[in-house]
Design a protein around this ligand. Structure first.
Ligand code: ARG
Ligand code: ZN
Length: 861
């Protein structure tokens, strides 16, 4: 929190300097107590070679109450050090010495959920990026690696005491207390430190690595949740095997632990040997979790596990290099999911997410390079750009150098940088060295914000069958290499097989011997994160939607046409006769979803028409009423072509097999439930009764949630009954209730804002729990365009009040919520003026957290 009037400091990549002091070992002793935890830290420090002899020792520390400081066992007097809100400075220290500090902290008062805090009575930590400084005085930066040993003392009412690495001694202490020791042999930066203390049960298993190490796996949860851990454990074992097989990476300790906590600022955290997870990203049972929840759990368990190498064994030199671990690790988890499930469907989902979150970010005031060059609060940079675009950059490099050289490059990266804090240059350099390819111009992808545009023009020879495609990158994209996969498609499939074209600025691609009606399929598989501009007729687009042999591109052709049709139907696009297009699309969709040659999961994606947010992203102007109109007209026109197909899919795909979360069954349920969802576009009795019946009869959450959600979003008579039924059934299950909050947050019917406002007072709502805040306020602001952007400004009043209040309690979550406004400049003028006033007055408010201050400032700049 800034208490002074001065603007917070901006950090710059260009200012990087190595630390003056290194920490060889650190010993931490915790005496756990909810209100007054005492932390004793003994650091063995050594001045770095090359640092000035008189360099002061500057340690980070926030919200600590300092009790003692000693150097080599001798206590310092108050005149020998200086304490501020954020540092402890000792002006003169020897070249090598031991520093002891004793501080007290208050976990219960820690509502920011950064550092050591309490969640449902359990002690837990979150240290990335800068939470460790809220635990003890320390050089809290990722390039200071040290060996940690930890002792935790606590009352016996806190029976389970965990930290990183291997367990050591444990036993009783006087006064009803006990202790446990932990030792982590792998040097690590402070952000990977973790501690847990609570009354926890565990589900255990074992894994034998490919070189024969026996690893104990242990998932810790509240006793009541023990029955919901099996899937995460299974996903963990599959991830461990996959990383051995695909990247040659093995686990390196005898114990791997996951702990589920109820209050968590994001998904999960890769602390060495002790991953801490948002309970929503671990716990699943058929009755309480949807197929999508299972998919998310699988991906996040794998993601955090993969960080053991891409993040922990090789960490980041500074926080500007965040994409080094996050972009690479997202790439790894996406590849894992693709191998576990359907690769094409995985690609569709990953790209949809990139379009939904990263493209708008890159096109608005919050745009930043994959490797940012400056920040105020690093927590604001855990973004779709760093994560998801970061993953696309890794994917492009793989395409450019080929799979084999890429693997040689990652091997080299891990070997050369093991145990160190690396940079993006180290990663790209390893791929260059292994492939022999110069990637210097590729670095522009890391340094420039914004989505490049690729123009595609086509010219055909008057005589003969040659076609030339001219691919041109917009000038701002400079000369960075862009891998473009291209093929020609006619009704029978490929008229000319696929090529990988590397565009740097400009390329001409000549294809000979092409049948007259063949259409080029460009950027297949979304081979680069660019926006393609080209003039294709509706017929050509439909041809690709029918016949493209690349499943991603086949899906994309139809999806993009659906977006254009909906925008034009709402008066926001420029298709001529959009009604006709919608009809042709309806007929094409009906054909695809019945086509049994395509996997059900793929057909479900074809049926998943663009959401309001999808349309808003693609529209020059965001006018919620017009977007909604366009979407509704498109849905009912498509439905009029598909109704019988959808009814028969919904009937025919019903199954009484026992529930299995695997991709095969999940794909069939996805298709069946998309069919139901579209059937509900008729605010009619028959589909509503169909949905209500499904909700009542379902034996799994996927079907129950799909039916209830479809009803909750529609202004039908059955809506209330469906929501009431769901609440009644799940009122004691906080995780399941998040779904119930989210559905209502997205409701656009009459009285929607009042419903959401009332829900903030609901006994099951808890503004101290980020999952609840995201489910209700996050979904409201991100997805409920008509209500959030109500023309009278009521949605803005509600939202900005909520965010300002939340900032006093949890700045990270408040700041993240505010990013929901990032596309405000594209709103139609009336709303734009209203929201601009709100944003400006927030940005000028005194007493904002650094996090919210930075986001508000960037939004209006
Ligand atoms: N490293 C974690 C992950 O991606 C996320 C940490 C997010 N930290 C933050 N301050 N937002 O798995
Ligand atoms: Zn990560």
């Amino acid at each position: 929190m800034r208490t002074d009037a001065a603007a917070p400091t901006v950090k710059h990549l260009a200012d990087y300097a190595p630390p003056d002091y290194e920490v060889e070992t650190v010993r931490l002793v915790f005496a756990l107590d909810p209100r007054e935890t005492v932390v004793t830290a003994i650091l063995s420090l050594r001045r770095r070679e090359g640092a000035a002899d008189d360099a002061p020792l500057v340690l980070d520390g926030e919200k600590l109450s300092l009790r003692e400081v000693a150097i080599d066992g001798r206590n310092l007097g108050a005149d020998q050090y200086e304490v501020s809100d954020s540092t402890l400075v000792i002006a003169s220290v020897p070249a090598a010495f031991s520093l002891t500090t004793v501080v007290a902290i208050d976990p219960q008062a820690n509502t920011a959920l950064s550092g050591l805090y309490l969640s449902s009575g359990m002690f837990c930590t979150q240290c990335e990026a800068q939470g460790f400084r809220r635990i003890t005085y320390y050089p809290d930066r990722p390039d200071v690696l040290s060996r940690f040993s930890v002792r935790i003392e606590a009352p016996k009412s806190v029976p389970v005491l965990l930290s990183n690495g291997n367990p050591g001694a444990s036993g009783d202490l006087p006064g009803g207390r006990h202790f446990a020791e932990w030792d982590d042999p792998h040097p690590k930066p402070a952000y990977l430190f973790a501690l847990v203390g609570g009354d926890l049960a565990s589900l255990d298993d074992r894994f034998v690595t490919m070189s024969g190490r026996e690893v104990t796996l242990r998932i810790f949860v509240h006793e009541k949740d023990l029955g919901r851990c099996a899937y995460a454990l299974d996903a963990l074992k599959r991830a461990m095997r996959w990383d051995e097989e695909v990247f040659g990476r093995q686990y390196d300790l005898d114990l791997f632990m996951i702990v589920a906590v109820d209050h968590f600022n994001f998904g999960a955290m890769e602390n060495k040997g002790l991953n801490i997870f948002n309970a929503a990203c671990v716990l699943a049972s058929p009755e309480t979790a949807t197929d999508m929840d299972y998919e998310t759990i699988e991906a996040i368990v794998a993601h955090e596990y993969f960080h053991n190498w891409s993040g922990n064994r090789v960490t980041c030199r500074d926080w500007f290099q965040l994409c080094l671990k996050e972009g690479f690790t997202v790439f790894r988890d996406q590849e894992f999911s693709a191998d576990q499930r359907d690769r094409a469907v995985q690609r569709i989902k990953d790209v949809r997410r990139l379009w939904a979150r990263q493209f708008p970010e890159d096109a608005g005031p919050l745009a930043h390079p994959v490797r940012p060059s400056s920040y105020v609060a690093i927590d604001n940079f855990y973004t779709a750009t760093v994560y998801d675009k970061g993953a696309e950059l890794v994917r492009m490099m793989k395409a450019l150098v080929g799979a084999e050289a890429f693997r040689a490059g990652t091997d080299r990266y891990f070997e050369k940088n093991d145990g160190t804090a690396a940079t993006v240059e180290d990663f790209v350099g390893a791929i260059e060295a292994a492939s022999g390819r110069d990637l210097s111009r590729f670095m522009a992808w890391y340094a420039e914000a914004g989505t490049p545009v690729l123009r595609v023009e086509e010219s055909r020879e008057a005589s003969g069958n040659g076609v030339t495609h001219t691919l041109t990158l917009t000038a701002e994209a400079g000369n960075r290499p862009v891998p473009v996969r291209l093929a020609l498609i006619d009704e029978d499939g490929e008229a000319a097989s696929e090529r990988l074209v590397e565009v740097e600025g400009h390329a001409n691609v000549v294809t000979e011997g092409v049948t007259p009606g063949a259409v080029a399929s460009v950027l297949r598989g979304f081979s680069a994160p660019v926006r393609v501009e080209r003039n294709l007729s509706v017929d050509e687009r439909l041809k690709l939607a029918r016949a493209d042999t690349d499943p991603f591109s086949r899906w994309q052709a139809g999806y993009a046409l659906a977006v254009d049709a909906a925008l034009s139907l709402g008066g926001l696009g420029d298709l001529e006769s959009p009604e006709l297009v919608a009809d042709e699309l309806g007929a094409a969709i009906a054909k695809s979803v019945e086509n049994e040659a395509f996997a059900p999961a793929f057909r479900a994606e074809v049926l998943r028409l663009p959401s309001l947010t999808d349309l808003a992203r693609a529209s020059r102007v965001i006018d919620p009423e017009k977007l909604q109109l366009g979407r509704e007209v498109l849905r009912s026109r498509v439905l009029s072509y598909c109704r019988p197909v959808l009814e028969s899919l919904h009937d025919g795909l019903a199954s009484d097999e026992p529930y299995d979360p695997g991709a095969l069954q999940a794909g069939r349920r996805a298709l069946r439930n998309e069919a139901l969802r579209l059937l509900l576009a008729d605010a009619d009795e028959a589909p509503a009764r169909r949905a209500l019946r499904q909700a009542e009869e379902a034996d799994n959450m996927t079907d129950e949630a799909a039916a209830t959600a479809a009803l909750a979003h529609a202004p039908v008579a059955e809506r209330e009954a469906a929501l009431a039924r769901f609440y009644d059934r799940w009122k004691d299950d906080a995780l399941v209730l998040n779904k119930w909050f989210a559905w209502q947050a997205a409701y656009t019917g009459p009285g929607a804002l009042e419903e959401v406002r009332a829900l903030t007072e609901h006994p099951a709502f808890d503004k101290g729990n980020p999952n609840k805040v995201r489910a209700l306020i996050g979904v409201f602001a991100m997805e409920n365009l008509p209500t959030f952007h109500a023309a009278d400004g009521s949605g803005y009043d509600f939202f900005f009040d909520f965010v300002s209040e939340l900032d006093g309690r949890n700045p990270q979550v408040a700041s993240r919520l505010l990013t929901a406004t990032e596309s405000w400049r594209r709103l139609e003028p009336l709303r734009r003026d209203l929201i601009e006033k709100k944003l400006r007055s927030l940005a000028e408010r005194k007493g904002l957290s650094d996090n919210l201050y930075e986001t508000a400032q960037r939004l209006v700049s």
